[in-house]
Design a protein around this ligand. Structure first.
Ligand code: MG
Length: 203
C-alpha cells in the first residue's frame, strides 16, 4: 500500500507558512513504514529539533482505479478517518530552500500516526466534516472538509491521472491552520466531530 499526502489544501495554513497557493494540488508520498497505529507512542527522532503536528482527514481507498473522473470518485473510498502528518519542519525548510524533495522530512518512520476510521455512510455531508486536534486538552487545530481548496473527489481525480489507486491506499487530505511543534510528554488527540479517533503520546 501507499500513503499519498496532499499539501497546501487549506488557505489559512498556506498563509501561516508563507507558501504560494498552488494551481493544482501538491502531492507527496510516505512509505508504509511511516504508519503508527493502535495509538502507539511517537518517539521523538534524534535527527530533528522541530517536529510539527498536522492533523488531517484521511481517506481509505476500497478498489483499484486509474483516471477516475470526479463524478465516479465517490465509489473509490469507503472510510474516512483522521491522522497526523508529522513533519520535521527544520529538514523541510532546508529542502524547500535547496529545492530538494520532502522525502526525509515527511516520510520518516512513524511520521503517520493513524486513528480509527468511520464508514463513509455515517457522514450526511462530506463537504461538512468538522475535525480537530487537541494537545494536552487544548484545541490547537480546527478544520472542516468544506474549507478544502481541493475536495475529496478532485484529489482522487488528480492522483489517479498519475498513479493507480489500490485497495488499502491512504490519502492524507491536507491540514488546516494552527500547525506547531510537539514536545516529549505531549498528549495528542484527534477528533472527527466529537468523536475521539486518535490518541498519541509523544515520548
Ligand atoms: Mg500535511
Amino acid at each position: 500500500m501507499k500513503i499519498i499526502c496532499i499539501g497546501r489544501n487549506y488557505s489559512e495554513h498556506i498563509r501561516e507558512l508563507n507558501s504560494p497557493v498552488p494551481d493544482s494540488p501538491v502531492f507527496f508520498l510516505k512509505p508504509d513504514t511511516a504508519l503508527l497505529i493502535r495509538n502507539r507512542p511517537f518517539y521523538y527522532p534524534s535527527f530533528s529539533g522541530n517536529i510539527h503536528y498536522e492533523i488531517e482527514l484521511v481517506l481509505k481507498i476500497c478498489k483499484t482505479g486509474k483516471n477516475i473522473q470526479e463524478k465516479f470518485a465517490n465509489s473509490y473510498y469507503n472510510e474516512i478517518g483522521i491522522g497526523i502528518d508529522m513533519t520535521a519542519r527544520d529538514l523541510q525548510d532546508i529542502a524547500k530552500q535547496k529545492g530538494l524533495p520532502w522525502t526525509l522530512s515527511k516520510g520518516f518512520d512513524h511520521s503517520a500516526p493513524l486513528g480509527a476510521f468511520l464508514p463513509k455512510t455515517v457522514f450526511q455531508d462530506e463537504n461538512n466534516i468538522p475535525f480537530h486536534l487537541d494537545i494536552n486538552g487544548n484545541t490547537v487545530q480546527k478544520g472542516n472538509s468544506g474549507e478544502m481548496i481541493h475536495p475529496f473527489h478532485n484529489i482522487i481525480y488528480h492522483i489517479s491521472r498519475f498513479m493507480t489507486l489500490r485497495t488499502g491506499d491512504l490519502i492524507f487530505t491536507g491540514t488546516p491552520a494552527g500547525v506547531g511543534p510537539v514536545h516529549p510528554g505531549d498528549k495528542l488527540e484527534g477528533f472527527i466531530g466529537d468523536q475521539k479517533l486518535l490518541h498519541c503520546l509523544i515520548r
